[in-house]
Design a protein around this ligand. Sequence first.
Ligand code: ADP
Ligand code: TYD
Length: 207
Amino acid sequence: MTNGIFISFEGIDGSGKSTQAKRLVATLRDLGHEVVHTREPGGSTGAEEIRSLVLEGDPDRWSAESEILLFTAARRDHMEKTINPAIDAGKIVVCDRFADSTRMYQGISRGDLRDVVDQLHRLMIGREPDLTVIVDMDPATGLARALSRQTSEERFEGFGEELQAKMRAGFLKLAEEFSDRCVVIDGARDMDHVAKEILETVQEHLS
Ligand code: ADP
Ligand code: TYD
């Protein structure tokens, strides 16, 4: 049996990650691959419960430190129940956000907690994706797209354009730090164009 492959999508809110992850999954399935489509926070029963805790309610509900623990607990369950079994079965896992999101949102948005995020990651997760697609997008467009969605998951959406800009710069820096697995894709083009470029990148990786 061949080894599975773990692909994550990252980027600021509203950059088009979910749209592109969905399209990639559909295309890979059409090509005959077995694909597990999942997301964070969430992707397993326990982690989806934690998702409601972290994404809904008062923006001041959790400190950044508590959030690191909650997101990491959710990720650990997601790894155990969904990601690892799929990879062990030789499937392609496509995950909408993973640990890089914690490195950004909890690691740099409210003070410098990146080292804490990395320490906990090493201790409890210990795995990076094989390929990370970072969808790059200007902060104003991303925010406008994110805010146009009707959802109760809005704890992070009141953070505004300044934070979006910080996150964008952070993701671009992360792409340099993890250049062996990260690819930056310009998300400010029509969906078909973006999807084609992502598919080409993934196919290169698969071959
Ligand atoms: P994310 O998962 O990064 O938050 P989504 O995929 O949910 O972003 O996209 C946010 C919104 O922007 C959705 O309404 C989606 O239809 C729209 N959108 C996504 N990609 C594009 C694109 N390339 N051009 C225009 N609109 C887009
Ligand atoms: P998501 O549903 O992917 O939102 P969007 O489609 O707007 O990008 O993620 C919800 C929010 O959770 C998003 O604002 C980023 C945040 N988040 C963290 O703060 N830390 C994390 O570890 C993860 C996975 C997400």
